[in-house]
Ligand binder design. Sequence first.
Ligand code: ADP
Length: 490
Amino acid sequence: MNLVVVSNRVARARANEPLTGGLAAALLPVVEKSGAIWVGSSGRVRDGSHKDSFAEVQALGAGALALLDLPAAHYGGYYEGFANSALWPALHSRSDLIRVSQDDYQSYREVNAFMARALMRFRKPDTAFWIQDYHFLSLGAELRDLGVQHPIGFFLHTPWPTRTIIDAVPHHRELVEAMLAYDLIGFQTDDDCENFLGYLQSELGLTIEDGAVTSRYGKSRCAVFPIGIDVEKFALQAAKASSHPDVSRLRRSLNGEQLAIGVDRLDYSKGLVNRISAFDRMLTAQPALKRTVTLLQIATPSRGTIEAYGNLQSELAKLVSDVNGRHGETDWMPIRYLNRGYSQTVLAGLYRTARVGVVTPLHDGMNLVAKEYVAAQNPADPGVLVLSKFAGAANQLQTALLVNPHEIDGMARAIATAFSMPLTERRMRWEAMMRKLRASTVQQWFADFSDALEDAQASDRKVASESVAVESPKPWPLHAVGSGSSARVH
Ligand code: ADP
């Protein structure tokens, strides 16, 4: 099988470059090894007058990375608009934050159709397409409209909420019907998959049989594939990173204080306001902890042009300064708050330095930071993970201290408990989590989905590859193609 992976954002394999965003960071090592072609946005846009708009095709491990310039006229409506101001809030159960116009939906569909046309050049008789995430819900349907009969899979990295929340997304029926063009639809958790099937039954009146549904496109299967990380690589990286200058400086600066760490994109789904409030509450309830603990919160700005994100950034900066102002002393601040990215190596070292990892999203598809924190720990003296029960990772990491991110007092108590947990209990909890991580790595996730995609189409659509009319593919050159000027968007 000749796999073509598609995602909005792609990661570049440059050592020590910050990699923010679960999807790109998670996919890089596996795509690199698999020989797949990974197609995504170049981060630049250009006007629509160019027939061939790939910015670059470059080698990536045994495969290739194809970076595509997206159409300038539709990029804003697609990315900041429909994808991140309608779908993202709804998928994270924040329909109150939906802000969208009719044009945004049109732009979203246009970009999906544009991507489908661009993918034609990678089509070979044995190609399977694997589309990633909410940016491309209708890409499969666009490919089918172009006559593609190859296997097409889709994986959703975010949650899928209940029907009433999806109903708040404009054109939700049309979009979900389009998703049925996929042979296989993968979710992070059982709840997400059940919510999706529930929508198909109650909103579209479809009958579910064994997790599969039949529509005008044929049969689609829905299944759960929890994403993992490269555990051994991350553990090794963390052990090595202890001597990195940034990590050593952090350790020296602690003066014997115990560190808690939070690492997130600055996003309202991450529960940052509640987390800072819980740290505040803990210091108020247990003043003896002052000068003995510190929270290092890394919050990397993202999607800054969207109003909800700008508001959150101001709210958080104000809250942190308020907490530091009230509890801080001349030689001690409770919270170190940073708005920047770090390389994976440094991040691994920072996680290992922290006695407590605080990962408390209000709702999250999986949350890879939780898994990275666990993998980075020193086996002889591991830290404690305080984890929201609404992160997908909570299904696997059940020996973390699970918290309700809406309950500030409960979180405050859990963080204090984590700081004082004895070594034997820390080790017991950590070892159980590591067993789970090792049983469900990103390599396993990639292999499981690819195998299921192959099976799904082989058994259901019964498309004999020799009967499929396929244009002979144009070879893709390993250099920049296309012409004209483009502009950077992220
Ligand atoms: P999301 O995909 O919503 O951003 P995840 O927790 O699943 O959330 O993934 C976040 C990924 O981004 C992790 O791999 C994490 O290491 C990385 N990351 C987050 N913040 C930073 C940062 N400041 N610097 C470098 N990497 C970061």
